[in-house]
Design a protein around this ligand. Structure first.
Ligand code: SAM
Ligand code: SF4
Length: 358
């Protein structure tokens, strides 16, 4: 992968002041790794920044979408994925914005299903899911879905999402996913102080009742409205205390070191699990194996990257797959050691979560 065609050299010079790629890195085939020794095998691919919700922690009502012509085409997404897979990516999560709004979602999943990828997942708010569609996604090769639900009270769901939706919409999506085998199902909830932190134990009841993994996420500074405030973050410790007061939790031994969540089962053996994603109070950057590509073709080595690596000029100017591969390798090499949410000089990225791909 030591191709140094002029197009790549100039693109790199413009986009990054990263250290040169180490020869050892460039010689390793079938493995993507960064300058901190982390192997990267998990791609989050955003296929749209559009959404039918405007969740308060993610997208403001006045957020302007990226112009359509700036978004990659289906062929371009697939080419990027093919190159990443040839470099060792073995897990893909399709996300957005709301990925079910992407008109060529089924074609994308069908093509992904034919690639040598071990795990194909998708994160969706679930509001537009029909059983027929979900069955087609499953047949195409989608393995599982993660849904988002931030309250168990209809009025709060509508308030948080700023949409005409409610709990039933997610319960329907869970039922559909169970019926067609898009399992195990995870349900994400972003916990915010004074908004939904009084429902933590209720979320545990919900996990038990529906036999799902409930993932409780610390609020991160990635909202387009920049309303994030440290005081709004409910810590993992607080979440665990609130749940343990109703249901005793046991930490599960089989912890995947690359999983962002701390996983718990119920001491009484009830079904369902709790996963806590403590990005703010217990960062897991040391074990991060993720790489992100945005809907407009920017590589983001980290969720909090301030620098992006633009694939689009390469894709649209005749670069070969080897050129693209070398570009991805170099971008991954620059992945920062960790986010600095807890540092005084933390700078929130320009892009909100909806435009990055969560
Ligand atoms: N629209 C889909 C959905 O909501 O499931 C997929 C995209 S959304 C950006 C992916 C995930 O990011 C959601 O589960 C959401 O809860 C999470 N998310 C968005 N903004 C966040 C924030 N500021 N902090 C933590 N998680 C956030
Ligand atoms: Fe849309 Fe998902 Fe962001 Fe909510 S979290 S606004 S559903 S992209």
């Amino acid at each position: 992968m030591t191709i140094a065609l002029p197009i790549i050299t100039s693109a790199l010079a413009e986009q990054s002041s990263a250290p040169p790629v180490a020869p050892a890195q460039a010689n390793r085939v079938g493995e993507l790794f960064d300058s901190h020794g982390r192997v990267i095998h998990d791609l989050r691919l955003s296929v749209t920044d559009r959404c039918n919700f405007r969740c308060r922690y993610c997208m403001d009502p006045d957020y302007s979408y990226m112009p359509k012509m700036e978004l990659l085409s289906l062929e371009e997404y697939l080419r990027v994925v093919r190159v990443c897979v040839s470099l060792g990516i073995s897990k893909i999560r399709v996300t957005g914005g709301e990925p079910t709004l992407y008109p060529e979602l089924l074609e994308l999943l069908e093509a992904l299903g034919k690639m040598p990828i071990k795990d194909i997942a998708m994160t969706t708010n679930g509001s537009l899911m029909t059983e027929r569609q979900a069955r087609a996604w499953r047949t195409a090769g989608l393995d599982r879905i993660t849904l988002s639900l931030d309250s168990l009270r209809d009025d709060r769901v509508a308030h948080i999402t700023r949409a005409k939706t409610g709990l039933q919409s997610t319960i329907n999506a869970i039922r559909i996913a169970q019926a067609v085998g898009l399992t195990p199902i995870k349900v994400n909830a972003v916990i915010m102080r004074g908004v939904n932190d009084d429902e933590l134990a209720d979320f545990a009841d919900f996990a038990r009742e529906h036999k799902i993994d409930m993932r409780l996420i610390e609020f991160m500074p990635l909202d387009s409205g920049r309303a994030w405030d440290r005081s709004a973050v409910v810590s993992a410790d607080e979440m665990l205390d609130a749940i343990n007061a109703r249901h005793e939790l046991v930490q599960l031994d089989k912890h995947d070191p690359h999983s962002p969540s701390l996983n718990f089962g119920f001491a009484d053996g009830a079904p369902g699990r709790i996963g806590i994603i403590a990005s703010v109070t217990r960062p897991f950057c040391g074990a991060c194996s993720r790489l992100r590509v945005t809907a407009d073709g920017k590589i983001r080595p980290c969720l909090f990257s301030l620098k992006e690596w633009d694939l689009r000029p390469l894709l649209r100017s005749g670069a070969s797959d080897d050129d693209l591969g070398a570009f991805v390798v170099d971008a991954v090499w620059t992945k920062q050691k960790g986010h600095s949410i807890n540092a005084a000089d933390f700078v929130q990225p320009d892009r909100a979560m909806s435009a990055i791909g969560g």
